[in-house]
Design a protein around this ligand. Structure first.
Ligand code: CUA
Length: 349
């Protein structure tokens, strides 16, 4: 009879193993550590309260139970006890203080975005803009734009301005902490820090999610964060800034793909990274460094086959996305060419 129970338990546990990197219980950054500390503190306080209450309950249950049917004595009735009243007022106050002081202090630390406002601060600022099912990342000081994959330096505070261009979304990188709504009518600000300790099969990659129900593809509104050393980050910024015009296709097939792309897609997808106005150039994910990315559309494995499948039928993979129906049908050969071209858009080897 226990077998199904064990089977379910095994399933649950196996589910946990592969997805550890989306767990807030394995913190990999200053904010995440802070939040994990608060979670542990409140859990310990709760366990303590439950234990004490349960122990008193069990003792009273047995000590004061009716011993036999003829026992009609009523226990001693107590009315008003200053000592007891002080004890049961003081203990909860003390517990609330133990929870409140670290929580409020963490809240203030997290809300301190003052380096963003200082003209000569070298704080890295990133403007995050959410759209229905994809993410746009702008580096205002570096004058760069990228999409779907955020690149950040490790071991330093990164400051975020969060905004949405359509409906309410929420920016969440579980292992780095945080989680804050992106709204259309105001800008939310906070900072995160990314440890270099965390490694998975794709390097120091953090997984990001949309955490606010926003439409049929809400659960698929993923993004990735590549956390690299400051040196590598600076090199990435320079390499991106060097791209002033679309990269040249490397093969005949890619050249054909670029032609198709220039006819059908470039009106939406930019393949240069500068953050120039007008806004219309940023209404679909920027693809400048598409070839370097770890996922297609945030969710699919990054290979040519998957890319062809995505382009030929985006609606299957992300229902309700804006790309569907924006271009005519492509033949398999044309898909092959476009995929070849896009996979070749690399900024770093
Ligand atoms: Cu965007 Cu949920």
């Amino acid at each position: 009879r226990l077998l199904p129970l064990f089977a379910i338990l095994a399933l649950v546990l196996s589910g946990c193993r592969g997805e550890n990197f989306v767990s807030a219980l394995r913190p990999a950054g200053e904010v995440a550590d802070m939040q994990f500390g608060l979670m542990k503190l409140s859990t310990y306080v709760m366990i303590g309260v439950i234990l004490v209450v349960m122990i008193i309950f069990v003792i009273i249950f047995f000590r004061f139970r009716r011993r036999d049917d003829k026992d009609e004595t009523i226990p001693k009735q107590v009315e008003g006890s200053h000592t007891l009243e002080i004890i049961w007022t003081a203990i909860p106050i003390l517990l609330l203080l133990i929870l409140a002081v670290p929580t409020v202090s963490a809240t203030f630390r997290l809300a301190d975005v003052s380096p963003m406002d200082k003209k000569n601060s070298d704080a890295l600022v990133i403007n995050v803009r959410s759209h229905l099912y994809w993410w746009d990342f702008e580096y205002p000081d570096q004058k760069l734009v990228t999409s779907q994959e955020l690149v950040v330096p490790t071991n330093e505070r990164v400051y975020f301005n969060l905004k949405s261009l359509d409906v309410k979304h929420s920016f969440w990188i579980p292992a780095a902490g945080g989680k804050l709504d992106t709204n259309t009518d105001n800008i939310n600000k906070f900072w995160l820090e990314f440890d270099d300790k965390r490694s998975n099969e794709a390097g120091n990659l953090f997984y990001g999610k949309c955490a606010e129900l926003c439409g049929p593809s809400h659960a698929l509104m993923d993004f990735k964060v590549k956390a690299i050393s400051r040196d590598k980050f600076d090199a990435w910024v320079t390499a991106m800034q060097d791209i002033k015009e679309p990269q040249k296709a490397q093969s005949d097939l890619a050249v054909q793909g670029q032609d198709i792309f220039n006819k059908s897609c470039i009106g939406w997808h930019a393949v240069t990274p500068e953050n120039k106005m007008p806004e219309t150039a940023r209404m679909a994910p920027n693809l400048t460094n598409f070839g370097d990315r770890a996922r297609i559309a945030g969710i699919l494995d990054h290979n040519k086959e998957k890319l062809k499948q995505w382009i030929s039928n985006p609606e299957t993979y992300k229902p309700g996305n804006e790309m569907t129906g924006k271009y005519g049908e492509l033949s398999d050969q044309e898909l092959d060419a476009v995929a070849e071209y896009l996979m070749g858009l690399k900024v770093q080897e």
